[in-house]
Write a protein that binds this ligand. Sequence first.
Ligand code: 5AD
Ligand code: SF4
Length: 449
Amino acid sequence: MGFRKHYKIVTYGCQMNVHESEKIAGILRAKGYEECANEEDADIIVFNTCCIRENAENHAYGNIGALKKLKREKPSLLIAVGGCMTQQNGAAERLKKKFPFVDIIFGTHNLGRLGELIEKKSARKKAVVEIAEEGREDGCDEDIAFRTSYPNAWVNIMYGCNNFCSYCIVPYVRGRERSRRPEAIVKEVNGLLDRGYKEITLLGQNVNSYGNDAGGAFTFPRLLDDICKREEKFRLRFMTSNPKDFGEELIRAIAENRQVCHLVHLPVQAGSDRILRLMNRKYTAEEYLEKAALLRRALPDCQLTSDIMVGFPTETEEDFQDTLRLVKEARFSTAFTFVYSPRQGTKAAAMEGQIPEEVKKDRIMRLVELVNAQTRALSSGYVGKTVEILCEDRDEKKGLYLGRDEYGRMGYFRSEKDRVGEFVRLKIEEASGISLYGRLAEDEREERI
Ligand code: 5AD
Ligand code: SF4
């Protein structure tokens, strides 16, 4: 493929990882690499891994293993593995043993050093491993991200998590909370808006704790205020909030800043107070519902989405029924649903009363059915209504443009003209699951003439 060197990045996990892969792409481009579609054409393949559940790890393991043959045929190919999986206790040793052909292993705190690690590797035969203890290394230059998600952009506001929910590996692999300075974030967002980006999503493991590590010198609601000083039209989203410290001041900031979308992702995890306590979530189901009610009183159109888990150790059918009840009462517009997966080193993994797989499977099926029914009911309410969509892309297979409304619903439509990056009004004609199909409301006016 010509003289230029090529890279391929394979990403697993959450938005945080997706955004960090943009930074990896930026680092590789600065070193003269260009992107390619196929692994066969690549000179370097980087795996940005996730370890939140066992199946995320299995995926990565499978795909790394599959490269053994390619590496044998093309020994100059560099294979690098980074992200959350490598940061777990003993993971680098396990990876090296299982995949002796991997060239570079880097931890979550060493992302910014990938360029140097490539240099280091080219000067020696042995694999290069760099997994920093927290605090020793910094993350990465934020400006380096090579973005391909126009008109949407992700912006990190903080790293790490201090909550130690008993099931979760994130605090171990991402370290303690570190907030970026508000001036730096505002500058980055302003730069993106200047370049025409229309939707900014602020990322943090728990955005409500933003600024806590600076003694409260700055807070998340005030950050929203600062960003929204811009006059032009854009959308501001954020994820994720933790219900334990979601409160009136944040609701005020959502209400007062017209750019902030009326959609809050507020993971509840479970509906049983006993399970919530074992999870170390620090709220009860009733407190959660009170917060949801507070939000809806202030912003009646606000929609709520959530993360929900089934099969936490000792979960009984009764506990699970509490979860189903809460899903109904909270009226989630949609939710991500997960089967609990024991993660080595977490408290819950060592608990007695692990739930058998077939019970977990049965519960997740019933939960998904309920969540889907709620999503469908809400979607069908859109038919006949006009919504505003930010056009993000074109689906070549369907031959339709697509984008989301303020509440995260995907809307598809036909257009002669390229609409990517424009806010358009859609009259919804059909709803299917979470997707809406409509036609441009401008067309409607034309028809009437
Ligand atoms: N097993 C299953 N799901 C998990 N999550 C976090 N840890 C686990 C685990 N060990 C889910 C939570 C969290 C989401 C990002 O992933 O619901 O909110
Ligand atoms: Fe995966 Fe969690 Fe890490 Fe995100 S923070 S990449 S979901 S383990």
